[in-house]
Design a binder for this molecule. Sequence first.
Ligand code: FES
Ligand SMILES: [Fe+2]
Length: 400
Amino acid sequence: MTTQKDSSRRSGLPGWAYFSPELFELECHELFRTHWQYVCHVSEVSQPGRYATLDIGTERGLVICGNDGTLRGFHNLCRHRGSRVVTGRQGLCRRAVVCPYHGWVYNLDGSLRGIARSETFPRLDASKWGLKPIELEEWNGLVFVRFGYGPQPGVGRLLAPFAAEVAPYDIRNMVSANCDYQDETNANWKAVRDVDNEGYHVPQAHPALHDLYGKHYVDEPYVDYVSRSVGQFNQEPGTFWSVKNYRKILPIPEHLPPTHRNLWLYLGLFPNFVLGLYPDSVIFYQELPISAGRTIQRGGVLRYRDETRQMRVARYLSGRIDRETSEEDRMLTVWAAEATRSSAYDGIILSDLETGIRSHHDHLRKVLPVLLHETEPRGVALAEANRAARRKHDYSLGQP
Ligand code: FES
Ligand SMILES: [Fe+2]
């Protein structure tokens, strides 16, 4: 269990956590494989054969709509020699999934339909050679998968405290605005997340965002894997071109309660996903780690199906504010990650305004108690050091 002492920590994770290749391997296994990962919106996979993919850590996931309209999750891995069975971020398999390597054919429900030159193989029981399933859960039209058993309950249960607040946005009936992006950064994924987990830097580093909601921005900590942050718009109309026009053009979103008409709301799902609920759109972003020192930040936008022209312009302007903000964050992230390798680095100190980082690190220490070591354990496999730390600190993760 996370102790009181842990939750009041001000020192953050040790520097080695941001560049250790061995820790990266452990994170792939104990974090990204075992915690829910966002793949796509239901509208992107609503027709039989439509699929979306997600690569995360060492895993490759595939979500595909069956002939019965059911969404299923699988490893994107052919049972013959391990090829991807589908390519790209999304696409359409007409009638069947055909592996691009040697042409094994799978039904849309994942079962094996046929093997090219089957007479050259020993007799295989087709019922045992289908695509390997993974857990899938849809929440408000957002499709998540999980590759292995993990400590989190289902997505619906995790986000239950926010269900009533999210309901009026009607995310399930939205559609992709077709502006997904993937940006690569030379920094550990936790450095990317740290920057996003606190609003303390907004007045200094994000002038436009500060102009939009800087006076009333509040971060709430991660509690049971979920965090919430709220930016209520400033009373003043804004001085930045994008902010001023966004505020002027944004129609009154009648579908939202008055409390949420002038507000950007963010829900963070541990460890690496954020949903942003705006009056004009819903956005998401997610860190996809490639190695200890490289991360893809993936994101996208959902829009209202019957979006008016005015709302579309407002969405363009909110996107513009967001793009400026991410550009400003980029260097801050790289600098923070670089610093952990400097001879001058002796850790960080966190303020009360950085509660998002503190609670995120607490969650990480719960899953990976080896992070309590100030220096990287040497002479012993990190996974073993983590098991020892877990025994010592009585962290419980349930079944492996
Ligand atoms: S790897 Fe898929 S058919 Fe050979
Ligand atoms: Fe930022």
